[in-house]
Design a protein around this ligand. Sequence first.
Ligand SMILES: NC(=O)c1ccc[n+]([C@@H]2O[C@H](COP(=O)([O-])OP(=O)(O)OC[C@H]3O[C@@H](n4cnc5c(N)ncnc54)[C@H](OP(=O)(O)O)[C@@H]3O)[C@@H](O)[C@H]2O)c1
Length: 322
Amino acid sequence: MRAAVYDRYGPAGEVLRVADIDRPEPEPGEVRVRIELSGVNPTDWKSRSGSTPRPIEGFQIPHHDGAGVIDAVGEGVDASRIGQRVWTWMAAAGRRWGTAAQWTVLPSRQAVPLPDGISARLGASLGVPAITAHRCLHADGPVAGKTILVAGGAGAVGHFAIELAKFAGARVATTVSGPEKAELAARAGADLVVNYREPDAADRLRSFGPVDRVVEVALGANLALDLAVIAPGSQIVTYAAEAEDPALPVRSCMNANVVLRFVLLYGVPSDPMDLAVKDITAALSRGALTELPAHTFSLDDVVAAQDAVQGGAVGKVLVVPG
Ligand SMILES: NC(=O)c1ccc[n+]([C@@H]2O[C@H](COP(=O)([O-])OP(=O)(O)OC[C@H]3O[C@@H](n4cnc5c(N)ncnc54)[C@H](OP(=O)(O)O)[C@@H]3O)[C@@H](O)[C@H]2O)c1
């Protein structure tokens, strides 16, 4: 099969190439998926560049997320799964078989049926962003009736954080940096969209009411804003590291009686992962999750695809393995 591979860390143009390799067979408990679309996330270029290295055993096919059709199952997996349309999550975590290839193999529970009518584009966009968004939203309890602030609501995680929060019955405010992203966040269903670069950002958020939980993409940049709008005893849940770690204003955090939580998908236990998958499936079935604008690359252009994500492309970068 054709696959994107790398066997050492470095810039995409130097280490990432397309190769012909043997098509994998599913091990016991696994399924094989014929990939229609592979979804690219920041973690994929960070793993490949070595900035957040993950072990490489021989070679690595990148990308966790994808959509496709199961065409073979390993021992112990119900053969009726063959032919099922699925989306994948964490395909390349601790495994070499990422989705930037014509086929991947992965544990059966990491290939989730796509409800009827859901596009492969949306399916390939879900894994890392939607599960991260779900974990950030729900790790500290239900959000129905609560007020959620999603920082960076036009990002991939931010987008699904807005949609999953609305689906769970929350009121949602979000921040963006300009009009194009404001439009995307409003389309995702945010009740209030605020430009965090404007001087009245805190006032506009405060007028929406005290925030019960923040889903945070940039703790250092936004902590003062978060503390200005958060209700006492509430949580700020951070899922991204900035170029430099912030200095923590301990007294201000104490004054707010705030809880700081951090989420890294690679370490989330299996129960909350399964709960996220269940809730995402329910939201998909009810039409509550939508696509971001897609930038689609062929497998031969996988270097450009990863570089587009690294460059901060607005929307979702997808690769067609062919
Ligand atoms: N912990 C985990 O398990 C996990 C999972 C998924 C992603 N991540 C990390 O989370 C980050 C975002 O991932 P993604 O896929 O959502 O990326 P993305 O689609 O590029 O979105 C990032 C968004 O954050 C916004 N942003 C940047 N600085 C901001 C600020 N100070 N305030 C508000 N918004 C800000 C960006 O817009 P503007 O710059 O225009 O504001 C952009 O819309 C990446 O660093 C990724 O590695 C971590």
